[in-house]
Design a protein around this ligand. Structure first.
Ligand code: MSP
Length: 521
């Protein structure tokens, strides 16, 4: 029997394990989590792969600085990643380390295959090498005093025997594919890549004799495989290439590889060429998101302004952090993290907008209907308007998430929340209660419960804990995204749970003070 792809496959880059995760690494991982959760809710079988990039000079240097062997150093740091992802509610299905034996064996297999196909050959390389970026540059690419065009640090002129990958051979195939499809997104990155390829592709040096920490070249053990060639292969080795071909065929090709903009070139040029050389299908999409700054500044070791995502979530909750990042910054553009902006969004959108709406609804159902959600009868024009608006926005949100336009999706969900809050204020259910207009009162609370039910589904990929809390308070449990496209699904007499505050308001001054106190202790 032929195995066919039946799984939606989303990946993050593999993180360099030279320090603990920061909000930049969390950002890519959270975006992948949103996609994975969304596709699962849509009924798809999903495989979400993440992991760690553990070879190369950057890692061995970091280990050396700590007086440790690379593997010992890595084994101490990798648990931070798994632990952080658990705390941030990342629902990954696979976690790959490039030092996993299974990966190493599969990389060797791939290397041999491409060598036998004639796309890898031995030559000599001379170039300007940037150690932090692990990349060679030609003289024309350098900036200023022979500095790296990516990180700005000084490069070193190096010459060594090296195995080369025939990247140039794939120039036209790649150009044709990228220009004619939506393989690279957003559009601005696609243009960058097209221009880059048009300047001409040179063969790529893919082995080093000067570096010891890596996977040896199978036909010449004095070389180790270039860290990017090794790491990119995780996307196939992590799902069974070289070890479980049935699983591999059911998952590959990837539906989307997510990454920051600075590494799109590796994923949109080198990676597809490697796959073509091995006769494998190409991934469907490579999406390069923007960069996060902190209070307007680039994060850096020298500034010491790396933000620890766990510290943020312990103070403000995981969902507030998840919500903020994807509401504040258009996915694909650069954006800024600031505590002030986070607090503002918690207060106005999560606490006032969403929290208040839920609380008012559940408390009134409790007070006026003994905690049983009423069913609508003879609905009014306003009830219909809320229903139609919610359903329209729900369809829109679905499309926006599918298109990875997360901030617009969240904004569309908040239109439902705002419309529902306006509806309460206009309908004044407390006055209907006073006037003993039970039927109208029932209709209002039924409509609000429905709009909240739908909101909870739409929010599930972004803020899963909050979504569950809303459903618990409404006394429902939803497993399918499609239920957001229908009205009146709450069973008559559904018993609500206990009304609880979803998000507490925060005073920014207090938040700042706590931070200073912590720093001075
Ligand atoms: N190890 C390579 C990837 C190999 S994939 C086969 C690597 N690792 S990294 O740890 O440096 O970066 C991993 C991801 O974190 C990238 O997507 C990168 O863009 C993201 N971020 C790191 N700092 C960031 C910000 N300040 N802002 C947003 N994301 C950034 O590259």
């Amino acid at each position: 029997m032929v195995t066919v792809k039946n799984t939606y496959y989303v990946t993050t880059p593999l993180y360099y394990v030279n320090a603990k995760p920061h909000i930049g690494s969390a950002y890519t991982t959270l975006a992948a989590d949103i996609i994975a959760r969304f596709q699962r809710l849509k009924g798809k079988k999903v495989f979400f792969l993440t992991g760690t990039d553990e070879h190369g000079e950057k890692i061995s240097k970091a280990a050396e600085e700590k007086g440790k062997q690379p593997k010992e150093f890595l084994d101490e740091l990798v648990p931070f990643y798994t632990d952080y992802w658990k705390k941030l509610n990342i629902s990954y299905d696979g976690f790959i380390r490039t030092t996993d034996l299974m990966h190493e064996k599969a990389v060797i297999k791939f290397f041999k295959k491409v060598y036998e196909n004639g796309d890898i050959y031995l030559g000599e390389y001379e170039g300007y090498y940037c150690v932090p970026c692990e990349t060679y540059y030609s003289e024309t690419q350098l900036q200023g005093e022979k500095n790296c065009p990516s990180c700005g640090k000084k490069t070193q002129l190096m010459r060594e025997q090296s195995y080369f990958f025939k990247l140039s051979k794939y120039e036209q195939a790649l150009l044709g594919y990228i220009e004619s499809t939506d393989f690279v997104l957003p559009e601005s990155r696609k243009n960058e890549i097209v221009n880059f390829i048009k300047q001409g592709l040179q063969d790529l040096s893919i082995s080093r004799t000067s570096i010891k920490w890596g996977i040896p070249v199978p036909m010449d053990k004095s070389h180790v495989i270039y860290v990017w060639f090794d790491a990119l292969l995780n996307y196939i080795t992590g799902i069974g290439y070289g070890s479980n071909s049935k699983q591999f065929k059911s998952i590959w090709p990837a539906d989307v590889h997510l990454m920051g903009k600075e590494i799109v070139r590796f994923h949109a040029v080198i990676w597809p060429a490697m796959l073509l050389a091995a006769g494998l299908d190409l991934p469907k999409k490579v999406f390069g998101h923007g960069w996060l700054t902190v209070e307007g500044e680039k994060m850096s070791k020298s500034k010491g302004n790396f933000i620890d995502p766990i510290e943020v979530t312990e103070k403000y909750s995981v969902d507030a952090f998840r919500y903020f990042l994807f509401r504040e910054i258009p996915f694909g553009s650069d954006g800024d993290y600031s505590e002030k902006a986070l607090v503002q969004r918690i207060n106005s959108e999560l606490a006032d907008g969403l929290g208040n709406l839920l609380n008012r609804t559940v408390v009134m159902v409790e007070k006026y209907f003994e905690g049983k959600i009423p069913h609508a009868v003879n609905i009014s024009k306003q009830d219909k308007e809320l229903r139609d608006f919610t359903l329209k926005k729900s369809e829109e949100t679905d499309k926006l998430i599918e298109a990875l336009e997360f901030h617009r999706a969240l904004s569309s969900i908040w239109e439902i929340i705002n419309a529902s809050n306006k509806y309460i204020n206009d309908q004044k259910p407390w006055e209907l209660a006073k006037a003993d207009k039970k039927e109208e009162l029932g209709n209002v609370l039924a409509s609000l419960s429905e709009s909240l039910r739908i909101t909870s589904i739409l929010l599930a990929p972004f803020i899963p804990e909050t979504s569950e809390k809303i459903q618990k308070q409404l006394g429902i449990e939803v497993k399918k995204f499609d239920e957001a496209f229908k009205w009146n699904l709450i069973q008559k007499g559904t018993k609500t749970g206990k009304a609880e505050i979803l998000f507490r308001k925060v005073e920014l001054e207090k938040a700042g003070k706590e931070k200073k106190e912590k720093e001075s202790t």
